[in-house]
Design a protein around this ligand. Structure first.
Ligand code: FAD
Ligand code: NAI
Length: 506
């Protein structure tokens, strides 16, 4: 009985300690303290963007060294890996967002957050111009600010290759509004196909979902869509669910070229079991309102009717990036993006513009993993840079006071100090960026995921239900905050217990 009492008390004490620390952490998180004001003596760092690269930079930066201004058209960080889960309603929209002000309010020195879209960068005069293009604007909606350092992390937009009809008729899967639009359109297709008197052909068309691009975005979305169909739509639309068809179109000979052959085959066979059609070596040539035009492997052109097209065909540079690169033609000729050196410095801008993430053309794939490591690296390099700048300033002070000294003894002392500072400066080296690959993961539907993980000097490939739990725990732990982790975990339980919501928002 005594042992039972001890166990009972231990359980209660552990629970109380858990609740207490959860309360403490969330309370501390909700009430950030007073911050230092901007200091005119410090250099100004302007950060463009609030995505993976910019947020990792902000999170790690010691703001006591700099005055920081963030400019981004969205005032939040979006956890993109779980965007397809939001599109089908497994997760709620807000669960994967973290307001940028939550990040900046916890910094030592106050950080200005400006919700605006940068329009242009002047690398010669070191200025950025931006506009407020939100629905509601005050009397001022455009301005230009100077920077000492610019952290350029505007990401990329979806590649359309100028293919007719893509912008007008397809949905993308890059931003939060894309996931919302997808959900509304998909449920609209379902409800319209249930309209009385609809012909079988028209029902077939409306319920045919075409996903273009067999990269991880297209594959993950197809997998999530399949789960929605199996786990929920079969219950709420029993007469229609069997007619829903998902087709994944890929121009290359296989999907997911970044994964090992074994995992590609595993994905293909899982999709086959899930009745997701994969058309490889097939290129979408045009997207129409009610169909897509396909160039088939035998070069014939086929029109495939469909209710909806999701376009996930890769990345391309934003216009602002193209304009910035065009100002430095001698150093910036790579069509894939900004050329940077191993210190993230944009070539041709002599330590004033640092570019990170999807807007750059480096040897690394455009992934969140790369962008966040680059952002965190840059913050560390900025701390070193601040130390170097302080030494430089001290050197200038000492040199000018030495020049003014009349007594030789005093002057010699200062000259000695000058030499010491010079020696420290000569030793000063900012380390270059090195990327550490943590592996590649993707969800493929039916509670299965695939993972290519680095293992000693090789790699370890795994796929299946266990990998799915690994995928979930890896993303849960990578989520930005305790708040995000709690919301996502609760959403997973909510979906398991109550299913996904099929009400269509306007
Ligand atoms: P982003 O995160 O896109 O951020 C760009 C920021 O710049 C945004 O805040 C944007 O609003 C802002 N911006 C845009 N224009 C301007 C402007 N004119 N002025 C100022 N700011 C501007 N990668 C992985 O490693 N693992 C994954 O599982 C994974 N899953 C993904 C799933 C999906 C659906 C998608 C679309 C991508 C996924 N990625 C994944 C890729 C990953 O999201 C990107 O590589 C990553 O977002 C790049 O970070 P970034 O900071 O360069 O750009
Ligand atoms: P992607 O560039 O990886 O794949 C796009 C695919 O679309 C390509 O395979 C291309 O051949 C195909 N395509 C292009 N035009 C086409 C056309 N007209 N018809 C048919 N197919 C066409 O793009 P994605 O998936 O959006 O990923 C972008 C980046 O984000 C990649 O670097 C990727 O690694 C990363 N990412 C990583 C994820 C993960 O690790 N789980 C998830 C999502 C994205």
């Amino acid at each position: 009985r005594t042992a039972a009492k001890v166990v009972n008390r231990t359980v209660w004490l552990t629970l109380l300690a858990g609740v207490g620390s959860f309360y403490y952490v969330t309370k501390k998180d909700k009430s950030p303290g007073v911050q230092l004001p901007h200091d005119p003596e410090k250099k100004t760092v302007v950060v463009l963007g609030s995505g993976w690269g910019a947020t990792a930079f902000l999170k790690s930066l010691d703001t006591t060294d700099y005055n920081v201004v963030v400019v981004s058209p969205r005032n939040y960080f979006l956890f993109t890996p779980l965007l397809p889960s939001v599109a089908v309603g497994t997760l709620s929209t807000r669960s994967i967002l973290q307001p940028t002000r939550y990040v900046t309010r916890h910094k030592a020195r106050s950080v200005k957050v400006i919700e605006a879209e940068a329009q242009s960068v002047d690398p010669i005069n070191k200025t950025v111009s931006f506009i407020d293009n939100s629905d509601i604007q005050g009397s001022v909606s455009s301005t230009t600010i100077p920077y000492d350092y610019l952290v350029y992390a505007v990401g990329a937009e979806t590649q359309t290759f100028g293919i007719p009809g893509v912008q007008e008729h397809a949905c993308f899967m890059k931003e939060l509004q894309d996931a919302d639009k997808f959900q509304r359109r998909f449920l609209d297709c379902l409800e319209s196909s249930a309209f009385p008197g609809q012909s079988d052909d028209e029902i077939g068309r409306l319920l045919h979902m075409v996903v273009v691009g067999g990269g991880p975005t297209g594959v993950e979305l197809s997998g999530e869509l399949h789960d929605f169909l199996e786990q929920d739509l079969k219950s709420w639309y029993p007469e229609l669910a069997g007619k829903i068809k998902i087709t994944l179109v890929e121009a290359l000979p296989s999907v997911l070229p970044m994964f090992s052959k074994r995992l590609i085959d595993y994905t293909m066979s899982t999709f086959k079991e899930s009745k997701i059609d994969i058309l490889t070596q097939t290129m979408v040539k045009e997207v129409k309102e009610r169909s897509v035009m396909l160039a088939m492997p035998d070069k014939s052109i086929v029109e495939m009717p469909c209710g909806m097209v999701v376009w996930a065909a890769g990345n391309r540079n934003r216009k602002i990036t193209q304009d910035l690169m065009a100002q430095l033609p001698a150093d910036q000729a790579n069509k894939r993006g900004i050329t940077i050196d191993e210190y993230m410095q944009m070539k041709g801008t002599r330590e004033s513009i640092f570019a990170i993430g999807d807007c750059t053309a480096s040897s690394h794939a455009p992934t969140a993993q790369v962008a966040s490591q680059q952002g965190a690296y840059l913050a560390r390099a900025f701390a070193q840079r601040a130390k170097r700048d302080a030494l430089q300033a001290r050197l200038t002070d000492l040199e000018s006071s030495a020049a003014m000294m009349l007594h030789e003894d005093e002057r010699n002392k200062v000259v000695e100090q000058v030499e010491t500072v010079k020696r420290s400066l000569a030793k000063f080296k900012i380390r270059p960026f090195t990327y550490s690959h943590q592996g590649t993961l993707a969800y493929i539907g039916s509670d299965k995921a695939i993972a290519d993980l680095p293992f000693f000097n090789g790699s370890f490939a795994s796929g299946g239900v266990l990998t799915y739990y690994f995928w979930r725990s890896a993303y849960l732990s990578t989520l930005f905050s305790l708040r995000n982790r709690t919301l996502v975990a609760t959403d997973w339980v909510r979906t398991k217990v109550f299913g996904r919501d099929v009400s269509r928002e306007w």
